[in-house]
Every structure is written in structure tokens, then in C-alpha cells.
Design a protein. Structure first.
Lengths: 314, 281
């Protein structure tokens, strides 16, 4: 106690600064204590209250058949999970999330990488194009969804007018179970490729130029340099981009609502829109919580596995 | 490095590149331009000419919305919620980040990993219990009922970004200040925060854009039309005017306009902020 007070006095500058190990270790416990009790609690409290507790409660509520009013009393054990797994729409939603990931990997990622390689060089208009391609990413998903529900509209939309130009009967893309998900996938690419492109551009600008110079001096052609030097150097960013694509697909919701609301016949639901349509909008708290817990388990398992397998070095 | 300048006319690679970039630019621009221009057309013209310039410019579509109380109310609500979210995030996250960066205490790294758990899953997973919680706190149908969960979910990323920046402020500076009788809190207020303007701007911009665009949380937490932020309001508007696309397009244009203006003004912070998670990993 006394010692602590002496230390604090010396920290106040009354005593001459000393270079004892204590002073080197720095500030005193008293000062730290004030900061700890003032600075940490707001963030920790908010985070615990609105992020951690709800996840725990989701696990608890998922064991009840409960409409949200009063207190949950109707304990049904794991039945909600069984109901979820028996719902066809759940598996459709899972498949759709898989499709989004597949498109992200097969189309969006190569597109983003190609554009990044083109636009990382300096030429007139490069910066403007970068900004243009990034713009869809900052637009609200709701606005993007509405814009594309116009683009796809069978009567007034852009697609319809192209069809009519060839005097064909315009399709109602969003109203058919065969095409609704495809239409959503195109919007996903439109909205997110710019973000991944920016990731790659940022990585390219951070590359060690001397490695590329060295390869060129050693007689490597442009293509060879690209294949054997630049792209391997980008692997960490590729892994990161894939990580974001997968996490992003698992939380995709806002975009789907204005386009299809997950329909027709659940053909374009994602996990979250399935959760919304079947749990939230009908206030089936137990059932919805079970979906939430499943989604949580998928996200966390994925994040840890991915980090362990692919991002060990970072 | 590139020799494109010297032999531009005869370089097939450069030609291919220009075509490819042009194609993607069209892919991005056409839906946006069609939306902007569609708002200037009559419904009849939209049906026969969705791509081109309007034959007659219908300024009335835009004017009606701009002079309606509804439009401004939506923007006001969004602005209030986003401002609350940004202010509270910056205050709570910077205080926590400062503690994690400069104050050594038992359990520090454990608490930090606890906070970063928030990066692993989307808010949607727990939105039903979150709704019950907000209801039990009496915050349902209030701005805070939307803003507080938004702050909580933005904390993980914000604390990480801020802490990394704060850590670069030399520890010796803090030590010297403490020896001279400055308190941690004064150091935070008069040294850390002023030195950290760029990162505060970046974190603020990410939080703002996320809150401004958010749909799910306000959808669940708000019941009163008068409190709706614009993404909810525009969905209601679309429901009412179901197939009067010219009005809906004008409305969309006017609601995304603030985002685009903000983007042009603060590109640097937005790009840095939204790709910042990348560097962190």
C-alpha cells in the first residue's frame, strides 16, 4: 500500500525520475486502475449484452416452443433442430449459400484478380475505373436489390427490353424457380467483385517491387513473372478474399429481400433469409433460434478450420 | 515498366485489355445509369425505352419526392441512427483500444480475444434473442434500440484497428508524460486522440456506412413508420407504388445519392476502412 503510494508520487513527478526497474516497467498501478475501471467497461458491457448473451440465449431459447410472449415454458428439447433439419427449405438455403460460394470462387475471384492486375498499373483512367468498380460495394444492398429487381422486371426492365428487341416473350426471371437464384448470383457478383479487386490492388501495391524487377532482369517474360512471381506472392490475399466471400455468403440477406424475398417457393433463400422468413417474421423464437445456432456453428467452425488450415502463417 | 505507350496501336494485349475493362465498366454502369435516367421518364416511356435518354424529361418525379416530408424524414432517421452509432463506437472503442494498447494488466490478451470473437459470426444469428433483449430493456421502437446493437457488433473490428494504430505511438512518450505528472486519461485525450485522427476517420466511416445501409436490425427493432431509416422506408415505398417503376427509380436514385456523394468526398477513408480488415486478417 505504502509502496504503491510512493510509486504514484514519483509518477506524479514529485520525486526525480529514477531508472529503477520499477520505473522502467513504467506507470503505476493506481493510474492503471482508474483507466481500467473507466475505459474498459463500456465496450465490454455493450459487447456482452448485445453480442455474447444473445448467442447464449439463442441456444437456450432453441429448446422451447415459444412465440416470444411471456416467458418460455414449453420445453421441447432438441425438437426445433429436428424440425429445421426436416425442412426442405433449409437444405435449399444451404445449397444456395454453397452456390454463392462457388460463384465467388469460380467467377468473382478470377475477375477481381484480373482487374486488379490490369488496374494496379498506372495509366490514365485507372484510378477512375477502380473507383467505379468499387462503387457497387458501398451502395446499400437494399438499393442494389431494388435496382436489379427493375433490371430483371418482366414488363419494364432492361432484360425484358433486350428480349423484346429480338421479338421474344420477356422472361420473368425473378418469378421462376429455375432462374431466380441465377439472377441473385449475378447481382452478388455485380455488388462484390469490386471489393475483392480492391483487396488485390492493395496487396499488389504492397508487393516488393525488387522481386519482380529481378525476375524481369533474369529474362522472365511478363506472363512468366505473373505466373511464378506475382500470383504466388498474392496467395495470402487470395486466402483472405476467399474467407470474406464465404463469410459474406453466410450473412447475405439484405440483397435477397428486395429481389425475391427468398422465393419463389424458397428457391432463392439464403440461410439468413430462411431464418427471417421462418423464424423472425412469424415470431417463432425457438425455431428461429435453432436456425441461428446452426448458422453460428457453421460460421465458427468454418472460421476456425479455415484459419487453422489456410492462414496459419498470418 | 509497361511498354503500352510506345506501341499502343499495334498491341493486341492492350486492345483486349481496353475492351475487357470497357465491358466491365458497362456492366457496372448500365444498371446505375438506367436507374438515374428511369426516374426522369414517364411510366409509358420507361416500358418502351428503358435504356436511352428520356424523350421528355419528367423533372416532376424527382421534384415530388424532394418536396415530400417523407423523403427527408427517412434521411433524418438514418442520419440520427448512424450518428449515434458512430459517436458511441468511436468513444467506447477508442477507450478500450487505448487500454489494450498501453495498459498492462492481468487478463488483457484474454479480454481482447473475447472481443474479437465478434468478428466470427454475423448479427443475424442471434437476432431473435437480440430482439427479446432490446424489448426487455424497453428500447424497442427507439433509435437506441437499433444503434446500440450496431455499436456492439462494430466494436470487434474497431477495437482491433484502433489498437494497432495506438500501439505505434511510442510507449516512451506515454512513460515520459506519466513521469511529468500527466495522467493516462489526459494522455489519451491530448496525445493519443489528436494523433489518431486518420484511423478515427476510417473507423468512423466504416461504422457510418454500415449503419446507413443496414436493413435487418432496423427491420426487427422498429415498428413505427416515423422512425424508419431509408432502407426500410424505400421498401415500404416500393410496396405502395408496386409497379410505378419511374417513381421507384427516382426514389432509389435520391436515396443512394448521399452515399455516392459521401463516397466521392471520402473515398480514401472508405476504401481504406472497408479493406482494412484485410490487412489485419
Amino acid at each position: 500500500m505504502v509502496q504503491r503510494r510512493i510509486a504514484s508520487v514519483s509518477a506524479m513527478g514529485v520525486a526525480k525520475p529514477s531508472f529503477s526497474p520499477l520505473a522502467v516497467r513504467g506507470p503505476t498501478w493506481d493510474g492503471r486502475f482508474t483507466v481500467l475501471i473507466l475505459f474498459l467497461p463500456p465496450a465490454l458491457l455493450l459487447f456482452t449484452l448485445f453480442v455474447v448473451l444473445p448467442i447464449g440465449e439463442a441456444a437456450w431459447y432453441s429448446a422451447f416452443n415459444w412465440n416470444g410472449f411471456g416467458r418460455p415454458t414449453n420445453w421441447i428439447g432438441l425438437d426445433n433442430y429436428r424440425f429445421v433439419l426436416e425442412t426442405r427449405a433449409f437444405w435449399l438455403a444451404l445449397r444456395n449459400n454453397g452456390l454463392i460460394i462457388a460463384v465467388s470462387l469460380a467467377i468473382q475471384l478470377p475477375l477481381a484478380l484480373t482487374l486488379a492486375l490490369m488496374l494496379a498499373e498506372r495509366f490514365r483512367g485507372a484510378v477512375a475505373l477502380r473507383m467505379l468498380f468499387f462503387m457497387p460495394y458501398i451502395l446499400a444492398e437494399i438499393a442494389t436489390g431494388l435496382i436489379f429487381s427493375f433490371v430483371y422486371d418482366g414488363d419494364y426492365g432492361l432484360v425484358a427490353s433486350i428480349w423484346r428487341a429480338f421479338s421474344a416473350e420477356p422472361p420473368h426471371l425473378l418469378a421462376s424457380t429455375d432462374t431466380a437464384m441465377l439472377a441473385v448470383l449475378i447481382v452478388v457478383v455485380w455488388k462484390y467483385f469490386g471489393f475483392h479487386m480492391m483487396l488485390f490492388i492493395a496487396a499488389l501495391q504492397g508487393l516488393d517491387k525488387s522481386l519482380i524487377e529481378a525476375a524481369r532482369i533474369d529474362g522472365a517474360t511478363r506472363t512468366q513473372t505473373l505466373r511464378h512471381v506475382v500470383i504466388p506472392l498474392l496467395y495470402p490475399t487470395v486466402r483472405l478474399s476467399v474467407f470474406f466471400a464465404i463469410i459474406g455468403s453466410l450473412q447475405l440477406f439484405d440483397l435477397v429481400m428486395p429481389l425475391t424475398r427468398g422465393g419463389p417457393a424458397d428457391s432463392s433463400n439464403t440461410m439468413v433469409s430462411f431464418l427471417y422468413n421462418n423464424g423472425i417474421s412469424r415470431m417463432r423464437v425457438g425455431y428461429g433460434s435453432a436456425i441461428g445456432v446452426i448458422l453460428f456453428a457453421i460460421c465458427v467452425t468454418f472460421a476456425f478450420t479455415y484459419k487453422r488450415w489456410f492462414m496459419r502463417d498470418e | 515498366m509497361s511498354s503500352a505507350g510506345a506501341s499502343r496501336a499495334f498491341d493486341p494485349a492492350a486492345l483486349f485489355k481496353a475492351l475487357f475493362l470497357g465491358l466491365i465498366a458497362v456492366f457496372v454502369l448500365v444498371p446505375l445509369l438506367a436507374t438515374l435516367l428511369g426516374g426522369f421518364k414517364s411510366l409509358g416511356e420507361l416500358r418502351v425505352n428503358p435504356f436511352g435518354l428520356p424523350g421528355r424529361w419528367e423533372w416532376q418525379n424527382y421534384a415530388d419526392i424532394l418536396f415530400s416530408a417523407r423523403y427527408w424524414q427517412l434521411l433524418r432517421n438514418s442520419l440520427i441512427i448512424a450518428t449515434l452509432a458512430v459517436t458511441l463506437t468511436l468513444i467506447t472503442a477508442s477507450m478500450a483500444a487505448f487500454t489494450f494498447a498501453h495498459v498492462k494488466f492481468y487478463g488483457s490478451s484474454m479480454l481482447l480475444s473475447y472481443l474479437t470473437l465478434g468478428l466470427l459470426f454475423p448479427a443475424a444469428t442471434a437476432v431473435l434473442p437480440l430482439f427479446i433483449k432490446v424489448r426487455d430493456l424497453g428500447l424497442l421502437d427507439t433509435y437506441f434500440g437499433v444503434a446500440l446493437p450496431q455499436v456492439a457488433f462494430s466494436l470487434a473490428m474497431s477495437v482491433l484497428l484502433l489498437r494497432r494504430f495506438f500501439k505505434d505511438i511510442p510507449y516512451e512518450l506515454l512513460e515520459a508524460a506519466l513521469v511529468d505528472g500527466c495522467s493516462y486519461i489526459k494522455f489519451f485525450r491530448y496525445v493519443t486522440l489528436p494523433l489518431s485522427r486518420p484511423i478515427l476517420a476510417t473507423v468512423g466511416t466504416i461504422t457510418f456506412v454500415n449503419s446507413w445501409n443496414a436493413y435487418l436490425l432496423p427491420l426487427v427493432m422498429l415498428n413505427t413508420d416515423a422512425l424508419y431509416p431509408w432502407p426500410l422506408g424505400i421498401m415500404v415505398y416500393q410496396g405502395e407504388y408496386s409497379s410505378e417503376w419511374h417513381l421507384i427509380l427516382a426514389f432509389i436514385t435520391l436515396t443512394i445519392l448521399p452515399t455516392i456523394i459521401l463516397f466521392l468526398l471520402a473515398q480514401k477513408h472508405i476504401v481504406a476502412g472497408l479493406t482494412a480488415g484485410a490487412v489485419k486478417g
